[in-house]
Design a protein. Structure first.
Length: 393
């Protein structure tokens, strides 16, 4: 059935606009608005249909230098908005290409606000763990191999790819068998290469190369090594020495335990921060005949150096009964203000100055003190003692 309400409203408004009862232009404007509203009819309802985003699968992980292309569709038919989340790290987005830049957690958001028919879709979010690099982890190779022996090489990569294992073009003395089994065939240097070209999300890994020296006979064991420098002083570097070992390999030293002395070693010189002990190991490199060798950890004791004992040698002059004179004691390693005692009574001594080699003293002797050759006994602060003979006239 035809809706006539808008037609009647339009006719009423038209008559009203031409009526002499319209009081002003403002009233006419209001009537025009009403006319337009009546012509437009009621507002359209918002879209209510369910809208779902479907995004292509993303890699679960990647590495710096890798990338992938993403995309998504929505039930609404709208273009899905793709962006990185505010919390995203380790990646950038350009259009639909995601590039990995470093270690982090790459978070990609997919959104569609909907339209007149479809409601806004629930956000879809995808996470990708990004590693700083695609790294190869090879099996441990022997440093040397004997002719007719074998080595079964294997490796894994961060990417999860199968690592390609091959012999380098400069390799000698070995051959690759099935299942990455390497056979040592003649004296030489066997070079084994490990490679992973990557897979898009993961960049190519840095090549790993293992070097194995192939020999016809086994290397010999060196004679036992011993550390021979086992005592030293704090503040003075201890030159480390050793005995034993075999062959022409270089000797080196390492602190096994810093211990209470807080030791460190540099260029074969051991240093201690305080008195105590530490442990040091001697190492001697192998050569074409001998294997590497290492001593057991040996304890080294570091002590504080005690100053040399003071020593009085002679008096610079005689002293006189009943008088007070300034004289000196000649010697070495004097320190502080030593106390003087005489072998006879009636004598007093005071120290005026100490240079380490000369003690300037004032000697006062009683008139009743006996004349002759007597002895001064000097007692220092640390309990160290020395003595000197003097002539009293």
């Amino acid at each position: 059935m035809r809706n006539t309400s808008n037609v009647h409203t339009r006719r009423w408004l038209t008559r009203s606009l031409t009526s002499p009862f319209i009081a002003s232009a403002a009233t006419a404007a209001l009537l025009v608005v009403g006319l337009n509203f009546a012509a437009a009819g009621p507002a359209s309802a918002a879209g209510t249909k369910t809208n779902t985003i479907t995004a292509v699968a993303t890699p679960s992980a990647g590495s710096a230098g890798g990338s992938f292309v993403t995309s998504a569709t929505a039930t609404s038919g709208d273009t899905v908005i793709i962006s990185t989340d505010a919390t995203s790290t380790g990646c950038t987005l350009a259009g639909t290409k995601v590039s990995f830049t470093g270690s982090g957690n790459c978070v990609i958001n997919f959104n569609d606000a909907g339209n007149a028919t479809y409601a806004a879709a629930n956000q879809v979010q995808q996470h990708v763990q990004v590693y700083s690099a695609n790294t190869i982890h090879p099996s441990t190779a022997p440093t040397t191999g004997l002719v007719h022996d074998t080595y079964s090489a294997s490796a894994t990569a961060t990417s999860g790819d199968t690592v390609k294992i091959s012999l380098d073009g400069n390799s000698t003395g070995c051959a690759m068998k099935s299942g990455n089994k390497i056979s040592f065939t003649a004296p030489g240097t066997c070079l084994v290469d490990f490679n992973d070209a990557g897979n898009g999300a993961f960049a190519a890994a840095v090549q790993i190369r293992q070097s194995i020296t192939v020999r016809t006979t086994a290397l010999k064991t060196q004679a036992p090594l011993y550390l021979t420098s086992v005592t030293g002083f704090v503040g003075t570097g201890l030159s480390l020495t050793s005995s034993g070992g075999s062959g022409s390999g270089a000797v080196s030293y390492a602190v096994t335990s810093a211990g209470s002395a807080l030791c460190s070693v540099s260029s074969g010189i051991l240093h201690a921060s305080t008195a105590g002990t530490c442990q040091v190991t001697v190492m001697k490199a192998g050569d074409t005949i001998y294997l590497d060798a290492k001593s057991s950890a040996t304890t080294v004791t570091l002590a504080r150096r005690v100053a040399s004992a003071p020593r009085a040698i002679k008096m610079s002059s005689a002293v006189f009964t009943g008088r007070s004179i300034v004289t000196s004691v000649i010697g070495a390693h004097f320190y502080g203000q030593p106390r003087f005692n005489s072998s006879v009574g009636g004598t007093r001594v005071g120290v005026i100055r100490d240079t380490g080699q000369v003690l300037t003293i004032r000697v006062t002797i009683s008139a009743f003190a006996p004349r002759g050759v007597h002895t001064f006994f000097l007692v220092f602060a640390h309990g160290q003692r020395t003595s000197v003979r003097y002539n009293q006239r």
